[in-house]
Design a protein around this ligand. Structure first.
Ligand SMILES: C[S@@+](CC[C@H](N)C(=O)[O-])C[C@H]1O[C@@H](n2cnc3c(N)ncnc32)[C@H](O)[C@@H]1O
Length: 316
């Protein structure tokens, strides 16, 4: 892995380190009271290791952690994974303050040891663990929240794995860098580190994978002469989708489409028995099946019916 760009914060690395050093006393004082909130110090042994790393070690501040978790909203049911976990502050913070479980991975053995030591001394080692492992080889499928503070090109290399391996609805938060045309769902500027350096936090929700051919069955009311079968061809790029329904006539373009984790919704307006009918589909994707409802309106009285769809050919 190349290190062509430093993290935004690392560009002012001297400033951020002294910022962290200044927090060390406060951190030491509060350690034990709020567990992971107290880990803003950078020990000399950590500083000395930074040069050996593909992504340099620069810790996220507590303000960044707060912003990450304001977006990700961890609970005790969440499993948090920090890819490149440094001294473990993110997973430890989620375990200590929200009751979440999780683990962090880092290639730096010294940092992994420090992270596990912090978890032990905060009494959360049963729920927060750290391992010496490469983030590109990690099985991330268990995560419900992914956190990262990496370099832009590493984010782009990791992006297909995040999309493919994470469950729909998994929240991703990243410090400073985004994932290019995988549009973020929200972002926040987090104050200043000193020296005019600002931090950014980005948030995404992993969408369901829906690209391909789907077969729909819609039970129309009796005045439309029963059920009809449709085929739908759906294209998807990250959380954006487009496509058309085919019921034997001209394809009907879908519009107002939205993927929100496992939730899917879109509309399509077409002619049924010589009446123009708008369909509003809304459902939940579970692998190659969708269950939900379709609301008919337009030249008919608005009414909602069950809708199911089965994917017969997957394109992602
Ligand atoms: C900028 S630091 C972020 C630390 C922590 N996530 C935080 O926000 O405080 C990036 C971390 O990624 C680790 N790292 C770099 N390349 C890695 C790789 N291929 N696999 C796992 N960890 C890696 C580094 O050792 C470093 O601790």
């Amino acid at each position: 892995m190349q290190q062509s760009v430093m993290p935004r914060a690392a560009q002012g690395v001297g400033a951020s380190r002294s910022f962290c050093a200044a927090l060390a006393f406060a951190a030491a004082l509060t350690l034990g009271m709020s567990g992971a909130r107290a880990q803003d110090e950078v020990s000399p042994e950590i500083e000395n290791r930074s040069d050996q790393l593909d992504v340099p070690y620069v810790p996220s501040t507590n303000a960044v952690l707060d912003a990450m978790f304001t977006f990700a909203k961890p609970t005790k049911d969440d499993y948090v994974m920090d890819l490149g976990s440094g001294d473990g502050r993110i997973v430890n913070y989620a375990a200590a303050n929200f009751g979440a479980s999780g683990h962090g991975i880092d290639l730096n053995e010294g940092l992994v040891k420090i992270a596990n030591d912090h978890a032990r001394s905060a009494g959360i080692a049963d729920r927060a663990k750290f391992y010496v492992r490469d983030l590109f080889r990690e099985d991330i499928s268990r995560a419900t929240i992914i956190t990262m503070y990496l370099l832009p090109e590493i984010m782009l290399q990791l992006r297909p794995k995040l999309f493919k391996d994470l469950k729909p609805g998994t929240r991703i938060v990243s410090h400073d860098y985004n994932m290019g045309d995988w549009r973020f769902d929200a972002t926040k500027v987090v104050g200043s580190r000193g020296g005019g350096e600002e931090d950014l936090v980005y948030y995404w929700k992993v969408p369901a994978k829906v690209a391909g051919t789907w077969e729909f069955k819609i039970e129309y009311p009796a005045y439309f002469q029963g059920a009809r079968d449709y085929k739908a061809n759906i294209n998807q790029k990250w959380q954006d989708m487009d496509g058309a329904l085919d019921s034997g006539g001209l394809p009907i373009r879908i519009f107002e489409s939205k993927l929100d984790g496992a939730k899917i919704s879109f509309a399509a307006t077409g002619e049924i028995d010589e009446r123009l009918v708008r369909h509003d589909f809304a459902g939940t994707v579970n692998g190659n099946r969708i269950e939900g409802t379709v609301t008919l309106s337009g030249s008919v009285e608005a009414k909602t019916f069950p809708w199911t769809a089965t994917r017969t050919k997957a394109d992602n």
